[in-house]
Design a binder for this molecule. Structure first.
Ligand code: GCW
Length: 723
């Protein structure tokens, strides 16, 4: 074929054009809630154009530079105008972005009360008068506050909030707002369902993947300020100099976004990488080894956050291997970190195969007696419930029971027990339920949120951790709606009193659309989704019925694992007489670990909230519930309800098709179909199995299983992810 010059030229133009198009477009979902697009609402548009017409941005270091870059990016994309940004003030300015110390005396004193409230990370967004002219001010005491303020301003713009409503004095209510990555050094992720680990250890430190910056930016946009890079089932190698150099490179990327790096410390590291023959926390060589190691870490990473430690839990080494206690172990590390202002975050997720007491009681029993014995740079990290990130658990009784120890809340964002990344489950609904729970430890209104933010017992430091659901998937989280769980976690770490409704609404507006015809119904889907998963997996207080190891799908029949508490049969106790775990004084007496006011409610099946009934009680199949139904029927109907709720989610999603792109629509539709299929699987398998004990017919209205119990038992998933 003869290709003429003009053909070639045309080809060249096309090639260039397509490069331009593809480089300006990131893959679907990659931009998370941060995709800035032109505002089409004319009043809002002109309002924001006016106020951002001429901006004085008082820059400086790399955090402020990121804030400025973000502002420019957002304004250009949303307002379609290149903004005029100056580094010194002038009379034409309509907006100022300036730290407190850059303001004149008059403004500083006018805003004094606010600056006192917002600490190091808070911000002010407010209209003020300068030389008799109104300007919009974004201000803060420190750099990170400016960064957060800019993100907030852009989010308000994107959500099309009128500027009249904007008068914000905001500060985070929790100090440490952390992600915990369960990422292994080989880049697999324990309980990860969105690809591999972002950290490319092989290419670090020289090669800095753009994703590290995008990750940091996304976190900063919701106020996350700490990240634990490695799995709590730790590998000591990350503490060797070869890896510390790589960690330092990541810390350098994250620092300009206000994020500190933490690592997990394997307790036996002095043996594994230090050549010692013990890791006894009271041994002087061990102490010296950790002191040296910590000093080395700080040479690489001067603002290193500290260590997260899982010790003497599920086979991880710890101080008890040497006859020492959690306090001995934590305080030894804390002493090494203290000179550098580093922290120890010691996990309370412990249970032992040699201890026959109810697993739900073990963490409390082990830790509460140590209250007051930890050094002041130790925080104890407690999972939201006493077992393990189930679709529903009552709040962990340790919350409120250790007034002298800062307790960090550990939520799981990755959906280990909630459908992996195929099920749409909006987790802030779960988080909210736990945070709002009443501990009664200092009378009425002693909520878990108040324990966590430190206000109940006047703590100097507070924290929340979320086990990340992030991986190398194009959209970061696998399921597009799982992004809402990352987002929502960050928002609640910032303000644990926010409602899940508010968060859902924000996320939808920022991610999809401001159109209320879209937002309203989809918000309904999100809000209903958590109860749906509880209903089709583990209704009425049932728990830990997932199949072994990978936790994918139902396995209530599993009863042959070496450790009793790894078996679902341990948790449901179904027999001819009934079902449920008796945790009242006639059973394990786990209820005694709650304040008496709460224990009393849980102890009596008549007052125990129905959603925790089988968590705390073993009840006969014909136990009569408040609505007059017997337990067996109610349970079966709950399973059905879960399936129905997913059907409703699907039909609602179909109704909003026109408001989003086909790709966006189809992606979620396909996932919802999987969710429906798996919800039915859960219902069928669970009910057929429990029916072998109850011996009763399924009540009307409950779908009939397509297969028999043997079929469901025969299903195997050797390559289920995350295991
Ligand atoms: O939920 C269980 C998980 C383990 C996890 C452990 C923990 C990292 O199944 O994979 O280990 O909890 O939280 O330590």
């Amino acid at each position: 074929m003869n290709i003429s010059f003009s053909h070639l030229k045309l080809f060249y133009v096309f090639a260039l054009l397509s490069i331009a198009i593809s480089s300006s477009q990131t893959p679907a979902g990659y931009d998370l809630w941060l995709e800035y697009s032109e505002i089409r609402e004319p009043t809002i548009l002109s309002e924001y154009q006016k106020v951002t017409n001429s901006i004085f941005f008082s820059g400086g270091n790399s955090i402020l530079l990121n804030a400025e870059k973000e502002l420019v990016k957002g304004l250009d994309a949303m307002l379609g105008q290149a903004s005029d940004i100056q580094d010194s003030p002038n009379l034409s300015n309509t907006m100022w972005v300036v730290k407190k110390d850059g303001l004149n005396q008059e403004l500083q004193s006018a805003l004094k009360g606010y600056f006192e409230q917002i600490g190091k990370e808070g911000f002010i967004i407010k209209s003020v008068s300068v030389d008799g002219k109104n300007i919009l001010l974004i201000s803060a005491n420190a750099d990170t506050g400016i960064l957060y303020g800019v993100f907030k301003f852009l989010q308000l713009m994107k959500m099309q909030k009128s500027l009249d409503e904007i008068n914000l004095i905001e500060a985070p209510k929790i100090d440490l707002r952390m992600l915990n990555h369960w990422d292994n050094l080989d880049r697999t992720i324990e309980r990860g369902y969105a690809g591999f680990s972002l950290w490319n250890w092989q290419k670090l430190p020289k090669y800095i993947d753009q994703r590290y910056k995008d990750y940091a930016r996304a976190n900063a946009s919701i106020g996350i300020n700490a990240t634990v890079l490695t799995n709590v089932n730790a590998n000591a190698l990350v503490l060797t100099s070869a890896y510390l150099e790589k960690v330092a490179a990541l810390a350098d990327v994250f620092r300009p976004y206000g994020i500190k790096v933490y690592l997990t410390a394997r307790f036996s590291a002095p043996i594994e990488i230090g050549g010692l023959n013990t890791a006894d926390p009271l041994d002087k060589d061990v102490i010296k080894w950790w002191n040296n190691k910590v000093t080395e870490v700080y040479k690489y990473i001067p603002d290193f956050g500290g260590f997260l430690v899982k010790a003497n839990s599920e086979g991880q080494p710890g101080p008890q291997n040497y006859g020492r206690t959690h306090v001995d172990g934590a305080n030894m590390l804390a002493t090494a970190l203290k000179p550098f202002d580093g922290l120890v975050i010691w996990r309370a997720f412990v249970y032992s195969e040699t201890d026959a007491t109810d697993r739900a009681k073990q963490a409390f029993t082990e830790f509460v007696p140590y209250d007051g014995n930890f050094l002041d740079n130790v925080l104890v990290q407690v999972k939201n419930g006493p077992i393990d990130f189930q679709p529903r658990e009552p709040f962990h009784p340790m919350f409120g029971a250790m007034p002298n120890t800062p307790l960090v809340m550990e939520f799981q964002i990755t959906q280990e027990y909630l459908g992996f990344s195929s099920h749409l489950v909006f987790l802030p609904k779960l988080y909210e339920e736990v945070l709002d729970a009443e501990t009664y430890r200092k009378g009425k209104n002693s909520t878990v949120a108040k324990v966590i933010d430190g206000s109940l017992f006047n703590k100097k430091i507070s924290g929340m951790a979320g086990v990340a659901n992030i991986g190398t998937d194009m959209n970061w989280t696998g399921h597009p709606f799982a992004q809402a769980n990352w987002y929502g976690y960050g928002r609640l770490a910032w303000d644990p009193y926010l409602s899940s409704e508010t968060i859902a609404e924000e996320w939808l507006r920022l991610t999809y659309s401001n159109n209320s015809e879209f937002v309203k119904p989809v918000k309904r889907i999100m809000i209903a989704s958590r109860e749906a998963v509880v209903n089709y997996m583990t209704p009425m207080g049932l728990h830990h019925l997932m199949d072994t190891g990978h936790h994918y799908g139902p396995g209530p029949w599993v009863g042959d694992l070496s450790r009793p508490e790894w078996n679902p049969t341990y948790y449901h106790n179904a027999d001819k007489n009934g079902i449920g775990f008796d945790r009242t004084p006639t059973g394990s007496n786990a209820t005694s670990q709650y304040a008496p006011e709460i224990a009393k409610i849980f102890n009596d099946p008549e007052t125990c909230p129905e959603e925790y009934l089988l968590w705390f009680h073993h009840l006969p199949w014909d136990y009569e519930l408040k609505n007059g139904r017997i337990l067996w029927d109610a349970l079966a109907l709950k399973y059905q309800k879960g399936v129905d709720q997913v059907e409703e989610m699907i039909s609602t999603w179909k109704q909003v098709k026109t408001y989003i792109s086909d790709d966006q629509y189809n992606e979620v539709r396909m996932l919802l179909e999987i969710q429906l299929q798996e919800a039915k699987w859960w219902r069928n398998a669970s009910l057929l199995y429990f029916q072998t004990f109850s011996g009763r017919e399924l009540p009307d209205g409950v779908g009939r299983p397509e297969e028999n119990l043997e079929y469901y038992k025969s299903l195997k998933f050797p390559y289920a992810p995350g295991n």
